[in-house]
Design a protein around this ligand. Structure first.
Ligand SMILES: NC(=O)c1ccc[n+]([C@@H]2O[C@H](COP(=O)([O-])OP(=O)(O)OC[C@H]3O[C@@H](n4cnc5c(N)ncnc54)[C@H](OP(=O)(O)O)[C@@H]3O)[C@@H](O)[C@H]2O)c1
Length: 210
């Protein structure tokens, strides 16, 4: 998959604010190295009032930031390492080989954790749990979403659908082709449907349908 040259904003301002609220309710936010390379995100809670509310509740001003990278090839100059990291360094989960590369590139910017090869997402979640993370928000991209759903590791799914038709063959998709547990006949539970301006937000619970 190749990223399209200009970032297409499928959501609207109100929906981005909804996402900011979800970030503020999370202990940690996780993305894949591909999203860091293509989008150069800060991955922070933007609203100052939400930051203040977190502090008043005895939490860190910003959620812990987490990145998954098999290669460990992470650019130390991107925004990810330099915003919202005053209270805790981002955590990099990688392979044994990737760990050496990530440490040499990032130095003190990140806490690098090697998880063998292939990278074990179950161990990653155990490690995050040991760091006090109870609610993890997974923000993409396609390969990360695919792995979480293929390994049945997510409890909830929020799907925002914008009113645009994307025909570019290289545009990123929500999921990559994969054998998901239960196959395509397994039904999930739609628990809520919200209109946010011209965007529809679907909220699913991912266990078996009752
Ligand atoms: N619409 C949205 O809400 C949204 C949100 C986020 C991202 N996106 C889009 O999604 C695209 C990026 O998606 P992507 O699939 O290319 O990248 P990605 O999922 O963000 O990251 C892929 C990279 O993460 C690491 N990784 C992911 N799963 C792994 C696994 N199971 N085992 C080991 N390493 C793993 C690898 O890192 P290494 O390459 O370092 O080995 C892999 O190349 C971008 O175009 C971005 O704009 C959209």
């Amino acid at each position: 998959m190749t990223s399209i040259p200009e970032r297409l904003l499928v959501s609207n301002a109100a929906d981005f604010d909804r996402v900011d609220q979800l970030r503020a309710e999370s202990d940690a936010i996780l993305i894949g190295a591909g999203t860091i390379r293509s989008d150069n995100p800060r991955l922070i809670v933007k609203s100052e009032s939400r930051q203040t509310e977190r502090v008043a509740a005895g939490r860190a001003r910003q959620p812990l930031k987490v990145v998954v990278s098999e290669s460990g090839d992470l650019d130390p100059d991107v925004k990810f390492w330099h915003h919202g990291t005053d209270e805790h360094r981002p955590v990099v989960y990688t392979t044994t080989m990737g760990g050496a590369w990530a440490r040499s590139r990032l130095g003190e910017l990140a806490d690098v954790v090697g998880l063998g090869h292939p990278l074990d997402f179950g161990r990653m979640l155990d490690d995050l749990g040991a760091r006090g993370v109870r609610r993890l928000m997974v923000e993409g991209g396609s390969r990360i979403h695919t792995t979480f759903l293929m390994e049945d590791l997510a409890d909830e799914l929020f799907l925002a659908i914008g009113p645009v038709l994307v025909g570019d063959i290289y545009a990123p998709r929500f999921l990559l082709p994969e054998k998901f547990p239960g196959g395509s006949t397994r039904r999930r539970t739609l628990v809520d449907l919200t209109r946010v301006g011209d965007v529809a937000v679907l909220h699913y619970h991912l266990g078996e349908n009752e």
